[in-house]
Design a protein around this ligand. Sequence first.
Ligand SMILES: NC(=O)c1ccc[n+]([C@@H]2O[C@H](COP(=O)([O-])OP(=O)(O)OC[C@H]3O[C@@H](n4cnc5c(N)ncnc54)[C@H](O)[C@@H]3O)[C@@H](O)[C@H]2O)c1
Length: 271
Amino acid sequence: MGNNLLKGKKGIIFGALDERSIAWKVALRAKDEGADFVLSNAPVAMRLGAINELAEKTKSEIIPADATSNKDLEELFDRSQEILGGTLDFVLHSIGMSPNVRKKKHYTGLNHDFYHKTLDVSAMSFHRVLQTAMEKDAINEWGSVLALTYIAAQRVFPDYNDMADAKSLLESIARSFGYHYGKKKKVRINTISQSPTPTTAGTGVKGFDNFIDFAESMSPLGNASADDCANYCISLFSDLTRMVTMQNLFHDGGFSYTGVSQEIVEGFNKQ
Ligand SMILES: NC(=O)c1ccc[n+]([C@@H]2O[C@H](COP(=O)([O-])OP(=O)(O)OC[C@H]3O[C@@H](n4cnc5c(N)ncnc54)[C@H](O)[C@@H]3O)[C@@H](O)[C@H]2O)c1
């Protein structure tokens, strides 16, 4: 049972692939809090079909859009406003993909066409979404836009590969666009830097299983789950966080500020 934190609010949620997806959990929570939204994902993701189940559960329509296509995004914003009957209050960008990670290319031996694709899908798409929204004046004053990121944008996690560069760009776009959209329309833009989470995108990273255990033992509160992340997203879409913008917000159980934990040190006990 929700608390009507998003009552009457309308939005677009990108990136629900299956029930493990962070966007999937956000959609369920947003519905619970009284929001109406359109679900969007890449046309190829539609073939899996799971998103239909989410659409039924949340009484939402699905509009396929490749987030690297300005044309698709323009149609998405036009149709979403028709379907929802007005301008929007929130957008979730929960999109990431690296062909270099998929093809197991090492960071020092990247395929640079793939690298372009990583940056386009995982970072520039955020700029495309924001620019499309601004050109169409599709987001209401005090509206809230979120993208999901990872701490590899600031610190080296070797196997995160070219996604680290994509996340750095993504966070920079949130700051730069956040300034302009804030000035123009009081629209807020933030990124949430989430703990490692067992989803399709997450588990694609080499050594993910060991890595999630490492993060768990480094974080005083443990890893933040996808459900926890959904709750945080709801708070940032709500009117309770109206003055938060241009931030990269760590949602990681304290991982980002922990130098080392007792458990990790004990793992090196030589006696
Ligand atoms: N899982 C983690 O450990 C973790 C940690 C921090 C941040 N994140 C970020 O969270 C976000 C969501 O990922 P997730 O973990 O829920 O995994 P996920 O695989 O469920 O979601 C990724 C989504 O991106 C979509 N996508 C890929 N290419 C696209 C395109 N061209 N156009 C539109 N959509 C496209 C996929 O179809 C998929 O729905 C990503 O930005 C990811 O990098 C994930």
